[in-house]
Write a protein that binds this ligand. Structure first.
Ligand code: PMP
Length: 363
């Protein structure tokens, strides 16, 4: 059916270049495509979460100010509650940041963001959906920041926001500290978001950057550590920034169940979440060794997934694995150096064994 006549004239032109985010549908016995954590929470932890999540009154809105949740997050991250903005996943936090910080620089038609390539797609998607320009600077051959090119991009694009995920998705590794710091110093007129979605699997965090640079905010989430169903993510930033962003946040954005379960998890399940992270990290190293023994190239990972180089075109390996019931993530549609790369989330031990057996037959 053709679109209704009135629609084209109303749509933002940028939408023509965007696609809705749709994970691959289908029944795959082994899903290693979405960087969730495998089901490693103990039965006791799951039962305690269910008890904690239940609302006292199903008829009432949740706490619009997220008081308890922000206190629990702040305590965990060594921050003040006024430095925390919580959203429906870090996805919502990214969209709030971009809605609030979209004022064009003097003389420009639109505001810009700068990020790297490849990286998490929502930075660009969210920016384009708001009519902002997105400048992507390719990572270097070791998937680290290309500082010289980034500095040029910052100088010419004069971005409002710079997004750097570290550890990065889909490449897995932390960015070098000195390079990240050089970009932050060069972008002192912009907000630099250091996205630590995968920090629970990493040997170090980057919270100290916030103390050294007032233009840095850190993004975190519960999604990778076994609680993706809650959709809880947050930003840690200066209280003045958080107060402005809060004007854009929807009232009652986080449901009661998510607020309560997340607060409980942050306060009471620290040991359990650390155990999940340690199990995933151990499996990550085992799978990396297994893949390397099969002759595949595996980039060092500080996340809950591996960035794997394939001999055959990645699209063919992806299809062959999917036909064998194992769903991973391929970026071959982007072409270039991504045409021989797969991103494989670490799963349960038996899922990982199945992956290793199947990929041996088709990579
Ligand atoms: N940042 C990065 C780098 C990610 O990879 C993801 C998830 N794919 C997110 C943020 C979003 O996480 P969520 O919205 O589930 O908190």
């Amino acid at each position: 059916m053709p679109p209704p006549d009135f629609l084209p004239a109303l749509l933002r032109p940028e939408l023509a270049e965007l696609h809705a985010y749709t994970p691959v549908a289908g029944d795959f016995p082994v899903r290693l495509d979405a960087n969730e954590s495998p089901p490693l929470l103990s039965a006791e932890a799951r039962a305690a979460l269910e008890r904690a999540a239940a609302p006292e009154d199903w008829g009432r809105y949740p706490d619009a100010r997220l008081v308890e949740l922000r206190e629990a997050i702040a305590a965990r991250c060594g921050a003040e509650p006024g430095e925390i903005l919580a959203g429906v996943g870090s996805d919502e936090v990214i969209s709030i940041v971009l809605t609030a910080l979209s004022r064009p620089r003097q003389g420009a038609h639109a505001a810009s963001i700068v990020t790297v390539s490849p990286t998490f797609v929502m930075y660009k998607l969210s920016a384009r959906a708001r009519g902002m320009r997105a400048v992507e600077v390719p990572l270097d051959a070791g998937w680290d920041l290309d500082v010289a090119t980034l500095l040029r991009a910052v100088e010419f694009a004069r971005p409002n926001v710079v997004f750097i995920a570290s550890p990065n998705n889909p490449t897995g590794a932390l960015m070098s500290e000195d390079r990240l710091e050089a970009v932050i110093a060069a972008a002192k007129d912009a907000l630099v978001i250091v996205d630590e979605a995968y920090i629970d699997f990493s040997p170090r965090d980057q919270l100290a950057l916030r103390r050294r640079h007032p233009n840095v905010a850190v993004l975190r989430t519960l999604s990778k550590i076994g609680l993706a169903s809650l959709r809880v993510g947050w930003l840690i930033g200066a209280p003045e920034l958080v107060a402005e962003l809060d004007k854009v946040r929807q009232p009652y954005n986080l449901p009661v169940l998510s607020q309560r379960a997340a607060t409980f998890a942050l306060r009471e399940l620290d040991g359990e979440l650390r155990r999940v992270a340690a199990t995933v990290t151990g499996e990550r190293e085992r799978v990396a060794r297994g893949l390397t023994e099969l002759g595949l190239s595996v980039a060092p990972s500080h996340a809950n997934f591996l960035w794997v180089g394939t001999r055959r075109p990645a699209g063919e390996v992806f299809d062959a694995l999917a036909a064998r019931g194992v769903l991973v993530r391929s970026f071959h549609a982007s072409g270039g150096r991504l045409a021989h790369r797969l991103r494989i989330t670490v799963g349960l031990r038996e899922e990982n064994d199945r992956l290793l057996a199947e990929i041996a037959a088709c990579a």
